[in-house]
Write a protein that binds this ligand. Structure first.
Ligand SMILES: *Cc1c(COP(=O)(O)O)cnc(C)c1O
Length: 483
């Protein structure tokens, strides 16, 4: 157990030395309001520089990250992110900009953002993009506001959004937040949409269908063209949740298979380190008929440079201060330019190959309800183990003991004891083989002696947490911690 700094503190130790002051001492108390003065010394730890540095370095090594571990967290695209992209986003020419500078002095950044918008249009088959939204879910929310504005301008009162039960949880949440009513529809056993059911559910109240393709089972929607046709015939729009664009990057474009509006997650597909809540970005792309509703400001290319355009009457307005999460956008653009068209195509091909390779091994261990083929990720069901007392949660915790981050579990909800595995393109065959053999070993442990899997993890700083209690009654003060 790593001790707290307060516990290794020794009176008089410090990690710094400053020169003696060479001006007269002055008592600062007389300048501070009485109530603001503290009555006792603060309990600051007193430690030496090496102690301090070792403490934080040891703590940093407890992080699971792409620089230390394989991270097969399904739906999150935890690919290895080249640090050169971070370096570029921190160049002084970007990092030292102030968002209130006038646009004549921001031309370099505006050119970059404009270039990124054009690249995303090319990659997705959309006509225009906004880079403002700060995360995928924020992109969905922005997209839904655009859908709302579109029907309002047409004088149609459409209040409902169809969201299949295979959708990412943020989809219904964003639609509800934007004021829509959610109409859930069941998927078929293979995770794909039930065309007849969709046809029956469509009516003049339906503003849009929100789809994730490939869906959360990692399966490409085979009848997407047909779905697009019936949705549009009904006057409804088709929303594409492009958070998992890693599956089709460079090979297929949502704009070509009928989608009107979509978001992408640069922090997943375009390589920004993410996790723990940020940083992210959620650019939204639209077809021509929705362009006039995009947020302001819009970057426009003029003969002599770039201008920020604020006066767009039908725009939904601002969704974020300034220009979005600019460092994330710079990293995404650097990644896109470094890989080029051929490289981006390789990304999705390798991601899909890796997922299928791992699936081909692991399906011998656990059932794969969506079948023998997948796109960039796949879902296993730990139901056979659960029936003998070892649940998906237990397998996930045991993986931590073997130095692996766990797959996403209990999602999607339509698979019992779901374990969703996304290896990404940046893992080698060796790493996938090692992971598969550890997975098989854990299932053998589960069969031979369930207790070895159930009482885990045993090698992490804390073992199995009471997650409900931890969320409801977190211990936030050292003084309150059990000693
Ligand atoms: C990650 C994800 C989201 C949400 O993106 P955030 O950036 O976490 O808000 C939405 N849909 C799908 C399919 C995702 O995988």
């Amino acid at each position: 157990m790593e001790k707290l700094l307060n516990e290794i503190s020794h009176e008089g130790l410090s990690g710094y030395s400053v020169p003696e002051i060479d001006v007269p001492h002055e008592n600062i108390e007389k300048y501070i309001h009485k109530e603001a003065l503290r009555s006792s010394e603060p309990e600051l730890p007193q430690v030496s520089e090496p102690e301090l540095r070792r403490h934080f370095t040891r703590l940093s090594h407890r992080n699971y990250s792409l620089t230390t571990h394989f991270y097969p967290l399904g739906s999150c695209t935890m690919k290895y992110n080249p640090p050169v992209n971070d370096k570029l986003s921190q160049l002084p020419g970007f990092a030292d900009l102030h968002p209130y500078q006038d646009e004549e002095s921001l031309q370099g950044l505006l050119e970059l953002l404009y270039g990124l918008e054009r690249s995303l249009c090319e990659i997705t088959g959309m006509d225009a993009f906004t880079l403002q939204p700060a995360a995928g879910a924020h992109g969905e929310f922005t997209g839904l506001l655009i859908i709302h504005a579109y029907f309002k301008a047409k004088g149609e009162a459409r209040t409902k959004i169809i969201v299949p039960d295979s959708a990412h949880g943020t989809n219904p949440a964003s639609a509800a937040l934007a004021g829509f009513e959610i109409i859930p529809v069941k998927s078929k056993a293979d995770g794909c949409l039930d065309l007849e059911l969709i046809e029956k559910t469509l009516n003049k109240d339906i503003a849009a269908i929100m789809l994730t393709v490939p869906n959360t089972l990692g399966v490409f929607e085979k009848e997407i063209l047909k779905i697009s046709e019936i949705a549009h015939k009904n006057g409804s729009l088709l929303y594409y949740d492009g958070a998992n664009l890693n599956a089709i990057l460079g090979n297929a474009r949502p704009g070509d298979f009928g989608f009107d509006i979509m978001h992408v997650n640069p922090h997943k597909t375009f390589s920004t380190p993410h996790g723990g809540g940020g940083p992210g970005s959620g650019p939204v792309g639209v077809k021509k008929h929705l362009e006039e509703f995009l947020p302001v400001p819009k970057i426009e290319k003029k003969e002599f440079g770039y201008k920020l355009h604020y006066n767009i009457p039908k725009s939904i307005g601002r969704v974020r201060s300034f220009f979005g999460n600019v460092p994330v956008l710079i990293k995404a653009y650097a990644y896109i330019l470094a890989l080029g068209a051929e490289g981006l195509r390789n990304v999705s091909e390798q991601a899909v190959l890796n997922a299928n390779y791992l699936l081909s091994i692991l399906k011998k261990e656990l059932p794969a309800p969506a079948g023998d083929r997948c796109m960039h990720e796949f879902v296993l069901s730990a139901k056979p183990c659960a029936e003998k007392g070892v649940r998906a949660l237990d397998i996930a915790k045991r993986l931590l003991d073997y130095g692996y981050y766990a797959p996403t579990i209990y999602f999607p909800l339509i698979v019992e004891e779901a374990m969703m595995v996304e290896p990404t393109e940046t893992e080698s065959k060796d790493e996938l083989d090692k992971f598969a053999s550890v997975f098989a070993k854990i299932l053998k442990e589960a069969a031979d002696n369930p207790a070895t899997v159930k009482n885990t993890p045993t090698t992490t700083p804390v073992s199995r947490l009471n997650e409900v209690e931890a969320a409801r009654k977190p211990i936030l003060k050292w003084a309150d911690a059990p000693k």
